[in-house]
Ligand binder design. Sequence first.
Ligand code: ADP
Ligand code: ZN
Length: 733
Amino acid sequence: MDGFGRSLTGEPAAARVPVLLPYPFAGPFDYKVPPGMHPRPGDLVLVPLNRRAEVGVVWDGPGDGTLADSRLKPVTALLDAPPMRADLRQLIDWIAAYTLAPPGDVLAMALRVNALRPDAPATGWRRAEPLPDTRITPPRQKVLDALVAGEVRGGGDLAKTAGVSTAVIRGMADAGLLLPAVIQAAPPFLLPDPEHPGPVLSEAQAEAATALREAVAAQAFSVTLLDGVTGSGKTEVYHEAIAECLRRGRQALILLPEIALSSQWLERFTQRFGVAPAAWHSDLPSRLRRITWRAVAAGEAPVVVGARSALFLPFPDLGLVVIDEEHETAFKQEEGVVYHARDMAIVRARLCRAPAVLVSATPSLETTANVEAGRYRRLHLPDRHGGALLPEIALVDLRDTPPERGQFLAPPLIAAIDATFARGEQAMLFLNRRGYAPLTLCRACGHRMQCPNCTAWLVEHRARRLLQCHHCGHAEPIPPVCPVCAAQHSLTAVGPGIERITEEAAACFPAARTLVMASDTLPGPAAAAEAARAIAAREVDLIIGTQIVAKGWHFPHLTLVGVVDADLGLAGGDLRAAERTVQLLHQVSGRAGRAEAPGRVLLQTFSPEHPVMQALLAGDLPRFMADEAAQRRPGNWPPFGRLAALIVSADSPEAADACSRDLARAAPHGDGILVLGPAPAPLAILRGRHRRRLLLKTRREIAVQPLLRAWLAQVVAKGSVRIDVDVDPMSFL
Ligand code: ADP
Ligand code: ZN
């Protein structure tokens, strides 16, 4: 606002307002306020943009001021919708500033639900009073009997209760016996009952629960790490924090890394609180999305469990944020606005003055460092619940006891699985690789089947007779002859994926009932829930899966976990390769022996002496993490320094190189600032685009954002060139 035209009350007469639109603009645009309209920050408005009417949000601050009042277009309409609250606007600004994403792109994530579109109210029927003078057949009488005076019921529902066809209902409507009426919607989310009886907590659990309850009662921002081995009752403990939040009538948000796998989580929540919470994820049907969004905005969804996008829901009274499995890299969104949902959830908690609780059996080094620096508080559960022991971990040295030629399961693992089945228990084989084989090679000429769009081998999916790229989705039929030398029967699968392991297991254990769990065999929550049910009901002997089997499951009869390739995650130059491998293998190990029978884990490895294997063997993760920290600290690697990546991509290698060179010339420098690269990205070509990477590393006290802004301002991305920014990169591909 220009400072002129203050009214006598001191209120600015708001001649113009800034409006943020859900598009990649650098900030809000000013619009003229028509007489009689009083938009306030947060209000949803309709404004003209390129001759279309767009929904935007009245933003804070003075606006861009670039255009004179006389040249501004007027706001078209003030929408009748709940305004976006200040804390959510601040979150959007904060994320945009931190990630360097255009604020409009961040806003788009909060507006993605078309919550403004009204749903037609559901209609049903009520009895006409008095009834018109017309013939009442026995079926019609049944319908009238099924309706209490004044009651409204849907047609299908009514026909079913009365045991008549819907044609009878229609006939009665035509005869004036039934009148149309609006069905009053029941509140979509029932109130979870905090006093519904939960388990009796152990002493350590009760102590942690009390601390969390106090954090909720304080109604102030705090961050607590709840850590404890797999099966120590962390979920039961944070349920108590949710209960306290409910008692105070406030809302709780629980973020899970992969909501598709949440069936067991939802079951346990329902056991504890009597009703299911509201769920928020990308598979939600659009009508339910709108209902959920509105219920959250109205404060009528007391508990929401969701994937990272739930962070942008319009909670009016958020009293608790829980981030379960906080170490999971799935919380990092890599496409569009590149942000880490764990970190932004903490920001949201701070803006709402609510406590955040990070939960993990294998906390990330970032979180551990924050605990050590005194920024986060730590609550620790030392033991598995009910005296269940942690599984015994052993290594299978593939150099000493190799599998048979062309096979991948070594004799000690096969023997252990046989013994498990003989005891009537379940076993699991874990390999974090979908498909049949990661590489197809011609034995005659050495040609390797490669993706035409990416620097990547094509993965064979034998069941679907396809070669597929796991980066861009390209798929082609398996060729009958080598495409280069035309040799017949020369294409050979190299290395295993879980399809191949499934084939091998079928030959080794012909009597075993096998279930494959991978993202492509279990699409969506319903399939995952059914798999979990079948396992719990002992309809399955052997589970073969990718990383989705590692997460959170509680299978009481599963006592053996075999890791087919424990070395898999260690290849490549990723800063966190060792940390992630330890976390993943610890998680998957944690699936074994969660009830009375003790669990056992066998890790097949070519490098038993590797610190990762030794740490898992000794069960001493804190020590391993301390060693990791000691290695990262001197070079200012995260979490002891800051990182940001620039990814340059273009249609041609020359264009990518030219822009990378420009960036290198303009690179920031100074004490505690280092720029690495440009270098071809490991995925040097992705979806046909040529990629180069630069990495900015600074000491922790130097913020990367101002450096990045100044840096990017000096370089113009011309033509097909795009520069993507990734602050706190988790992936280095
Ligand atoms: P975590 O989240 O640490 O992996 P869970 O909360 O899933 O551990 O607990 C593991 C299993 O032990 C679950 O089946 C849970 O219901 C049970 N459990 C944990 N604590 C208790 C308790 N105090 N009383 C009864 N059962 C418990
Ligand atoms: Zn590809």
